[in-house]
Design a binder for this molecule. Structure first.
Ligand code: TRP
Length: 372
């Protein structure tokens, strides 16, 4: 087992062992009892059935409170540093499932401040611009406008600032250093930033003037921020936020280390045209053999195949069909070219629709945004 990996919100290296990560972070795996409880509220999302959203903090408590009639609010976010790709959409689609299933409010933070402070190549104007661009993709997923609040940190700071500094006062530099792996060369904005990511956990409570539970669906790399939040929440008069964590989304390059150029060739952006998507999928890393003859004889290896991962994460919600693809691959009954074509058809069908909704989002974007 490879233990040589690292996961923080600002650095992910090595091959992640997700079971080891749960131990390191001190979270809990989502077990079958919890899945049974979730099932009572509606059909289980494929990402739950397949263990993609696989870890949590205090999810039982969120459901206990909900059963008592005490609704939670959802909170998630996006660091607007560039265009949206399919991997970004996957956890947000899950967040929408939670909103639809539980009919709950969603606070969606766009951290233009964070991306400005953490990236040398981005100006604040650019991160803000990406915030508005990215908002279109978020809205296109179909979040309920009445139940969804989108905001850029720099435009909602007046509301958030008093709570941010109350949080900041309780967080020491030594905690930040230990949790995020920062050192003396980090700028002081990045040291302060986690207090800004903390505030939306409490926005619903602030609005209602009473303690409201908060559930955060997010990639597990974001957990360190909320570990800090959970330590200080009660001292600020709020509930600790609960979390539901996803494994990090795969790329079409497989799990090998990627250079920036391979990343561009294998990352499907939501605004890519048909030809580009086709080309990127054609170039995807698979578990195929060196020749068709060999693959027919020995079968492929879906366990390392990025096309299979895409199907698993998002594009083949039907378990029986997914299982058939898997066994056909292993038995050498389906070749990589055909499998890539099937994936392309599904991806393009989704993207064509997404791009249409993304255009329409331009008309309603202002209805989603909140500002000071
Ligand atoms: N820091 C996150 C990023 O870089 C964005 C973010 C803000 C977020 N608040 C969040 C992500 C809450 C998940 C949950 O992408």
């Amino acid at each position: 087992m490879n233990k040589d990996f690292e996961v923080t919100p600002y650095k992910v290296t090595g091959e992640i062992d997700y079971d080891v990560l749960v131990e390191r972070f001190g979270t809990k795996k989502i077990d079958s009892d919890l899945l049974d409880r979730l099932k009572k509220h509606g059909p289980l999302h494929p990402m739950l059935r397949r263990g993609i959203f696989y870890s949590h903090r205090d999810l039982e408590w969120i459901l206990d409170e909900y059963d008592k009639g005490n609704k939670y609010s959802l909170y998630t976010g996006r660091g607007p540093s560039g265009p949206i790709h399919l991997g970004h959409l996957m956890p947000w689609a899950f967040a929408k499932y939670l909103q639809d299933t539980f009919k709950v409010k969603m606070w969606f933070q766009l951290t233009d401040d964070e991306k400005f402070m953490f990236y040398d190549h981005l100006t604040l104007e650019e991160t803000k611009k990406w915030g508005y661009e990215n908002a279109l993709d978020i809205i296109a997923l179909g979040f309920d406008q009445k139940l969804t609040r989108l905001f850029l940190d720099t435009e909602y700071i007046k509301t958030m600032y008093p709570t941010a500094i109350k949080a900041a006062k309780k967080i020491t530099f030594s905690t930040i250093r230990a949790v995020f792996g920062f050192d003396n060369s980090n700028n002081i904005g990045s040291i302060f930033f986690t207090s800004i990511q903390t505030v939306p956990c409490f926005l619903e409570s602030m609005e209602q003037g009473k303690k409201v539970p908060c559930l955060i669906p997010c990639g597990i790399d974001q957990d360190p921020h909320f570990r800090i939040t959970r330590d200080i929440a009660e001292g600020l008069g709020y509930y600790k936020p609960a979390l539901i964590h996803a494994k990090l989304m795969p790329s079409l390059a497989g799990s090998e280390k990627m250079s920036t150029s391979t990343k561009m060739d294998t990352t499907i952006f939501t605004v890519d045209d048909k030809k580009t998507v086709k080309k990127k999928i054609a170039n995807a890393f698979t578990g195929g053999r060196v020749s068709v003859e060999e693959q027919k004889k020995l079968g492929g290896n879906p366990d390392i195949c990025s096309v299979h991962q895409y199907n698993t994460y998002f594009f083949e919600p039907d378990d029986a069909k997914l299982e058939k693809l898997y066994s056909d691959c292993k038995a050498g009954r389906i070749m990589c070219g055909e499998c890539k074509n099937l994936l392309f058809e599904k991806v393009w069908k989704f993207l064509e629709e997404h791009q249409r909704k993304r255009e329409k989002a331009k008309d309603v974007v202002e209805d989603f945004f909140i500002r000071d």
